[in-house]
Design a protein around this ligand. Structure first.
Ligand code: GLN
Length: 193
């Protein structure tokens, strides 16, 4: 089984390293051929409008949507990647590009100037010990649909959630040495095969 990291823009190499440390074959995905090979795909942090435009230009958006909807691909969006997954985005630019696959309402840059970038201890459902979560100009989930399981939250709102083969976190699990969130996603990919 291979797991990919979308590598059109953003924090790619840290995700590849984490997947490899989870004993998973990890590949950078930037075209239709490399996308075909993977059972799961991480949409990294970066700039959501840029990543969204590039996946359209590179012709990847439609196959990501099709494979996710027919259940043959698991997706994990971190930060900007979470914005791309959302059905509804508030505070985006007009014509904000998106994949629109997950039943969540996401607010971009939700923490304001004072808390623009910060680290905090977070309880994550199913993990015995809290994790250190790194937030960088992070989005937040304002609303979740009935099929969405909340995995972690802060007073401001939901910061990690799962809907079937979709996983989203506001924070950057690739920036700490803790592998548990990547392991959680690799398990989701294994369920797909
Ligand atoms: N604020 C960025 C966006 O909305 C996301 C920041 C990040 O991925 N670290 O695109």
């Amino acid at each position: 089984m291979k797991v990919g990291v979308l590598s059109v823009q953003g924090a790619v190499s840290e995700h590849l390293d984490h997947l490899r440390l989870c004993s998973t074959e990890a590949v950078a995905v930037k075209d239709a051929q490399s996308l075909d090979e993977v059972s799961g795909l991480i949409l990294p942090g970066g700039e959501s409008t840029t990543i969204g435009k590039l996946i359209d230009i590179f012709g990847l958006a439609d196959s990501i949507r099709q494979r996710t909807e027919n259940g043959s691909l698991a997706l994990f969006g971190t930060c900007a990647g979470m914005v791309l997954l959302a059905n509804e985005i508030t505070d985006g630019i007009s014509n904000q590009p998106k994949l629109g696959l997950m039943d969540i309402v996401v607010k971009r840059n939700a923490f304001g100037r004072q808390r623009e970038s910060f680290e905090t201890e977070l309880d994550f459902k199913t993990f015995k010990e809290p994790l250190t979560a790194v937030f960088i100009r992070a989005p937040i989930i304002l609303n979740t649909g009935s099929g969405v399981e909340v995995l972690a939250h802060l007073p401001e709102g939901t910061v990690a959630a799962r809907q079937g083969n979709l996983l989203a976190t506001s924070f950057h699990p690739e920036l700490t040495s803790d592998l548990r969130v990547h392991q959680f996603f690799v398990e989701m990919c294994r369920e797909i095969g």
